[in-house]
Design a protein around this ligand. Structure first.
Ligand SMILES: NC(=O)c1ccc[n+]([C@@H]2O[C@H](COP(=O)([O-])OP(=O)(O)OC[C@H]3O[C@@H](n4cnc5c(N)ncnc54)[C@H](OP(=O)(O)O)[C@@H]3O)[C@@H](O)[C@H]2O)c1
Length: 249
């Protein structure tokens, strides 16, 4: 799979409760969401990231990507459910299979390009004890997903995931750099590395003249970085992010 250097994160297309962004926001309506997606496509983005835990993001993408499914590589997740304002987690093989079937229906597709385990923070327990990755491996064998990995929250978990999966999603930004060791492990094992929170979820460092450019410089300075998934609902920010990524590459 050939992914663009930036991906579009879609938390803000489906959920505005229980999120840690600096400012409150309204979820874009279909017209605005479609314009954002078209704009991303025009800017060369082909990766879009969603999850069952992002409110109705998956269902919305099922509708919004109609007629352009082939352009997009879709990344979704398993394990976290967000209901009535709070998250709960289920990493069992049975729930994993159920969740993928449900995501296929919501996304109106017959295959999901990438699926990540949406960790609750107990990364190593999920990897070593719960059978979630084995369930994803079986779903890949059956052709329901094309690749899988884990969105980790710990350095040890990220390193373990890098050796066992096709890809890892990790946090890496100007104020959070301990997971650089996960990037090193991705380089060692040849697994893909998707960066989440490249812009520190919008809490941009003030001690940089151009924090967006500095963020992209950091993220793309590591040779293992495959793509940075940036969560924006602003076309202007999207353009600035693409320009900064281009300058960094
Ligand atoms: N798997 C996981 O556990 C996990 C966790 C977190 C995130 N993610 C994924 O990663 C994606 C990105 O993470 P994130 O949304 O937390 O963090 P992020 O991409 O670092 O930051 C997004 C925030 O930054 C703002 N922003 C974006 N571009 C900007 C710019 N050029 N100038 C100023 N502000 C800008 C956005 O506001 P505007 O909308 O106003 O641009 C938004 O509030 C998510 O959408 C999701 O797909 C996954």
């Amino acid at each position: 799979m050939e992914v663009s250097a930036l991906g579009l994160g879609t938390v803000k297309l489906g959920r505005n409760q229980g999120v840690k962004y600096p400012e409150e926001f309204s979820i874009p309506d279909d017209r605005a969401a479609l314009a954002l997606i078209s704009h991303a496509r025009e800017l060369g983005i082909n990766l879009i990231d969603t999850a069952p835990a992002y409110g109705n993001s998956e269902e919305r993408l099922g509708t919004l990507l109609a007629g352009q499914r082939n352009h997009w590589l879709i990344c979704s997740k398993v394990g976290e459910e967000f209901e009535n304002g709070s998250s709960h987690f289920n990493f069992t093989p049975e729930h994993t299979a159920f969740s993928i079937e449900r995501s296929l229906g919501r996304l109106r597709t017959d295959v999901i390009d990438m699926v990540l385990v949406h960790s609750d923070g107990d990364d190593l327990r999920i990897i070593k004890e719960l059978g979630t990755l084995q369930a994803l491996s079986e779903l890949k064998r059956r052709g329901l997903i094309r690749a899988y990995g884990m969105s980790t929250k710990t350095v040890a978990g990220g390193i373990a995931a890098a050796s066992e999966c096709d890809m890892v999603m990790l946090s890496y930004n100007l104020v959070q750099q301990e997971e650089v060791k996960v990037l090193d492990a991705c380089a060692k094992h040849g697994s893909a590395a998707l960066i989440k929170k490249a812009l520190a979820s919008g809490h941009l460092a003030e001690n940089f003249e151009d924090p967006v450019r500095a963020s992209m410089d950091l993220v793309f300075s590591h040779p293992a970085t495959t793509s940075a998934i940036v969560g924006t609902i602003s076309e202007q920010h999207l353009r600035a992010n693409v320009a900064a990524a281009k300058a960094a590459l």
